[in-house]
Design a protein around this ligand. Structure first.
Ligand code: BES
Ligand code: MN
Ligand code: ZN
Length: 468
C-alpha cells in the first residue's frame, strides 16, 4: 500500500519539499510577497488568476520548482468550490514530497489531505508501470493517521468495484471480506449455495443459483457487544447481466460495479474498525452473480422470502432488492440500534439525482438533519428522499404479497419501499449509490467510487448512533 501522507518530522532530510500555496483571486500577489519580478511576469504571462482549480508551477531562477500556486477561486464555499479541488492538483504532480504553506481558512487540513488521497488514486492492478503517488506532508500524527485510514479504506473500496468480474466473482468478494476481517480481528461466517435454502434465504439463492460460483450471505462481526449495535448491509451482485430480462449491451457495460454496495459496507467497516469506534458492528454482504442459465429464476416466478412474504418476480433485473430483502430481514432479527444499507439499486436514482448525489431514505426523521449536515461538512453529500407510502400500490401483485418491480414511476422510491418491507420497525437508512464516476473530475477519477461513507463515519464518530 502506498504512502499518501507523512508527518513533517518523518520526511527524509535529503528529500526536497515542494511548497504549495492555495490562493484567492483578489489578493494573491500581495499575499504571496517576496515574488521576484520575473516570477510576477511569469504569473501574468500564464494568465494565472487563482480561479478555482487553476494551477501554476512557479519556477525559481535555476528552473526548479519554487512554489506551486493553486487557485481556490472566490470565497464562496460549495461542493465544487471546496478542498475537493485539490485532488486535481494531486493527480498531476510527480512523486515526491509536498507541503501546503498557505491556504484559505475554510479549507481544513483534514479535507485537503482526504481529497489529496482521493485524487492520487489510480487503478493500477493490471498495469505494468505502477506510479508512485506524490506524498502530502501533514502537520501532526492524528491527521496523518486518520487521513491514511480513511483514504486507504476508500481506495480499497474503489478497487473492489474496479476489479473486473472475472476476478471479482462471489468467491473473490467473500475473500476480500475475509481479508478485511483478518486485518481487524473481525469474525466471518458465510452461508453458501444450497445452504441458503436450509437457512431460509430463498431470494438470495434464487438470484444467484444460475451462476458458476454459488451465491452467499457473508456475515462479519466486530466490537464490544455492550456498545450500540450497528448493522451494515450491502448489495454484492458481482455482475448484473439482468438475468432472463437481459440488459442491453450499453446497460450491462459497467455492471461489474453492482457489488458496489458491498464495497461501501467494507469501506465504512474499515473506517469504523481502524478508528476503534465504540460500536458493536455487524456487516452483511448479500453476494450473487445475476447470470443466465437453464436454472435461472424467471419473470413470473413466485419466490418465498425470509420475511415470509411471497414475491412475484416482475423483472429479473430487479435482483438487488431480492438479495437485500433476505439480508435485511436477518439484520433486523437481532434488533440493532440502526441498520444502514448501501446498494447500486436503481437506474431511476440516476435519472432523479445524477451520478454524484445518492438518494437516501430513512424510516426515522430524527437523525436525518445531522447526517445531511455531515454530508455537507465532509463534502460527501446525499439527498433525502421520501418513503412515499401511496406508491406501495405500484408493487401490488394479483397472485402474491408483492412484486419486485413497480414500473417507470419513482423507481428509486418504489425500490426503497420494497426494502422497507423487510426491516420491520428497526431504525433503518438506505443509500442508493451509483458507485461510479462516469468521467474524471477533481478527486473523482473515472471508475469505481465510494459515496456518503465518509459523511456517515464522521456522523458515527460524533455520536450519531446514540442520538437517533
Ligand atoms: N444494478 C441495477 C441498477 C443500476 C442500473 C444502477 C444502472 C446503476 C446504473 C439494478 O439491478 C437494476 O437493474 N435495476 C433496474 C430495476 C428495474 C428492472 C425495476 C433498473 O433500475 O432499471
Ligand atoms: Mn439488475
Ligand atoms: Zn443490479
Amino acid at each position: 500500500m502506498s504512502t499518501f501522507f507523512i508527518e513533517k518530522k518523518a520526511v527524509p532530510t535529503d528529500e526536497a519539499v515542494n511548497s504549495i500555496r492555495i490562493c484567492r483571486p483578489d489578493s494573491f500577489v500581495d499575499d504571496l510577497g517576496g515574488l521576484t519580478e520575473p516570477q510576477i511576469n511569469f504569473i501574468n504571462a500564464q494568465k494565472f488568476l487563482a480561479e478555482a482549480g487553476q494551477t501554476l508551477i512557479l519556477p525559481a531562477e535555476d528552473g526548479k520548482i519554487s512554489t506551486i500556486l493553486f487557485g481556490a477561486g472566490k470565497s464562496e464555499y460549495s461542493y465544487t468550490n471546496s478542498p475537493i479541488l485539490i485532488g486535481s492538483l494531486a493527480s498531476i504532480l510527480k512523486s515526491g514530497y509536498y507541503e501546503i504553506v498557505s491556504k484559505p481558512d475554510t479549507w481544513t487540513e483534514e479535507l485537503i489531505a482526504i481529497f489529496w488521497g482521493l485524487g492520487v488514486y489510480k487503478f493500477d492492478k493490471y498495469i505494468k508501470d505502477q506510479p508512485v503517488p506524490p506524498v502530502l506532508i501533514c502537520s501532526n500524527e492524528a491527521v496523518t493517521q486518520e487521513s491514511t485510514n480513511i483514504v486507504t479504506a476508500l481506495h480499497r473500496g474503489r478497487s473492489l468495484i474496479n476489479t473486473p468480474p472475472n476476478d471479482m466473482g462471489p468467491v473473490a468478494l467473500q475473500q476480500s471480506a475475509q481479508d478485511v476481517a483478518d486485518r481487524f480481528g473481525a469474525t466471518l461466517n458465510s452461508i453458501v449455495g444450497d445452504e441458503l435454502l436450509q437457512h431460509n434465504y430463498p431470494m438470495i439463492h434464487a438470484v444467484g443459483r444460475a451462476a458458476a460460483e454459488p451465491p452467499r450471505l457473508v456475515e462479519l462481526k466486530w466490537g464490544n457487544q455492550d456498545n450500540p449495535k450497528l448493522t451494515l448491509v450491502g448489495k454484492g451482485i458481482t455482475f448484473d447481466s439482468g438475468g432472463l430480462d437481459i440488459k442491453s449491451a450499453a446497460g450491462m457495460r459497467i455492471m461489474k460495479k453492482d457489488m458496489g454496495g458491498a464495497a461501501h459496507v467494507l469501506a465504512l467497516g474499515e473506517m469504523i474498525m481502524a478508528a476503534n469506534l465504540p460500536i458493536n458492528l455487524t456487516m452483511y454482504l448479500a453476494i450473487a452473480e445475476n447470470a443466465i442459465s437453464a436454472n435461472a429464476f424467471r419473470p413470473s416466478d413466485v419466490l418465498s422470502s425470509r420475511e415470509g412474504l411471497s414475491i412475484e418476480v416482475d423483472n429479473t433485473d430487479a435482483e438487488g432488492r431480492l438479495v437485500l430483502g433476505d439480508a435485511l430481514t436477518k439484520a433486523a432479527e437481532a434488533n440493532p440500534d440502526l441498520i444502514i444499507d448501501f446498494a447500486t439499486l436503481t437506474g431511476a436514482a440516476r435519472v432523479a439525482l445524477g451520478p454524484t448525489l445518492p438518494p437516501f431514505f430513512s424510516n426515522r426523521d430524527e437523525p436525518v438533519s445531522n447526517l445531511l449536515q455531515s454530508g455537507t461538512d465532509q463534502v460527501d453529500p446525499f439527498w433525502h428522499m421520501p418513503l412515499w407510502k401511496p406508491y406501495l400500490s405500484l408493487l401490488s401483485s394479483p397472485i402474491a404479497d408483492m412484486k419486485n418491480a413497480g414500473g417507470s414511476f419513482a423507481g428509486a422510491v418504489t425500490a426503497a419501499l420494497f426494502l422497507q418491507k423487510f426491516v420491520g420497525d428497526t431504525p433503518w437508512m438506505h443509500f442508493d449509490v451509483y458507485g461510479w464516476n462516469p468521467t474524471n473530475s477533481p478527486s473523482k477519477p473515472k471508475g469505481g467510487e465510494i459515496m456518503s461513507v465518509r459523511a456517515i463515519y464522521h456522523w458515527l464518530k460524533n455520536g450519531g448512533l446514540k442520538a437517533r
